[in-house]
Design a protein around this ligand. Structure first.
Ligand SMILES: [Zn+2]
Ligand SMILES: [Zn+2]
Length: 298
């Protein structure tokens, strides 16, 4: 019985169970066209192939990918693994107890920026009422707070890619309340140096899986970060906006489109606002953010 399971205690240091450090954003689409690829055409290269090694044929690669997916699904359901939060035996990313305990938030949130709203506020938060951001809506799952923040850390720094897929699954469920799904998704891009050191963009991991679940287009190269902006969290509000000026470049046409921006965490919202302004300036009709966790303001 789920209710009889003892309350799990989050564990901080565990060895990754599934190490899929194989997502290489920049190699996945070599096309120079400005057309968006179909959702089913989103491809992820396998960077474990040594440079210079002979490249497998197209059908061979498809068979390998199919077998890998089949094995992953089979093993996932046949063999227990570790819950990402408490470390107990689980057949899924989280055990039933952690799932019910920590992913059960019922909060009223600002529909534009997803900040928690007081009970007596039925519309937008005071921040959006003062200065309207460039994005129109935000979908989030919960506050960026312990123990769920550990899931983001495991995704970003310990290559637990399956956590990004789980965020995408939950965001797809949360998106059922949207009046309108986006036409295409983009991920908040990393700088080239950060992408090189990490090996993958955690936002794209979520965006790719979310696009497939929603049946919309996505492209890891639609927006690129042309300048490294460093640590935004260390700056004040005004400095954050100035720091992001000219940091991004758009590589696809977004005119008259509803674009979804995907990220793992929304902190102040400055980065998403800068991206949304760039997309709106390029003719985007509507912007919706999809963020796994949202930092509540003090
Ligand atoms: Zn657990
Ligand atoms: Zn708001």
């Amino acid at each position: 019985m789920k209710q009889s399971t003892p309350l799990p205690t989050p564990a901080r240091d565990r060895t990754p169970v599934n190490d899929h450090r194989t997502v290489n954003d920049h190699r996945s689409d070599r096309r120079r066209s400005h057309a968006w690829p179909a959702a089913t055409a989103v491809r992820v290269a396998h960077p474990s192939r040594p440079s210079g090694a002979p490249r497998a044929g197209r059908w061979q690669r498809r068979w390998i990918a199919a077998l890998r997916g089949l094995c992953h699904g089979t093993w996932r359901h046949a063999l227990p693994t570790q819950c990402a939060l408490c470390g107990n035996v689980s057949h899924d990313v989280l055990c039933d107890a952690c799932d019910e305990t920590y992913w059960n938030e019922a909060r009223l949130r600002c529909p534009r920026c997803a900040l928690p709203l007081p009970r007596n506020v039925a519309t937008h938060c005071s921040f959006c009422a003062q200065v309207r951001p460039a994005f129109d809506a935000t979908v989030t799952l919960a506050d960026y707070a312990p123990p769920l923040d550990q899931l983001v850390a495991d995704l970003k720094f310990r290559s637990r890619i399956e956590l990004g897929h789980d965020f995408a699954r939950r965001l797809a469920l949360a998106s059922q309340d949207l009046l309108e799904l986006p036409d295409a998704l983009i991920a908040v891009p990393l700088s080239a140096s950060r992408l090189s050191s990490r090996g993958y963009n955690q936002a794209w991991v979520i965006a790719r899986a979310l696009a497939q679940r929603l049946g919309v287009r996505a492209d890891p190269r639609a927006v690129v970060r042309v300048r490294d902006t460093g640590q935004q969290a260390l700056l004040g509000a005004t400095a954050r906006h100035a720091n992001l000026a000219g940091a991004f470049a758009l590589r696809k046409t977004v005119r008259d489109q509803h674009v979804g921006i995907v990220d793992d965490v929304m902190t102040s919202g400055t980065t998403l606002d800068s991206l949304a302004r760039m997309l709106k300036d390029a003719g985007a009709r509507r912007i919706t953010n999809f963020v796994a966790l949202r930092t509540p303001r003090a």
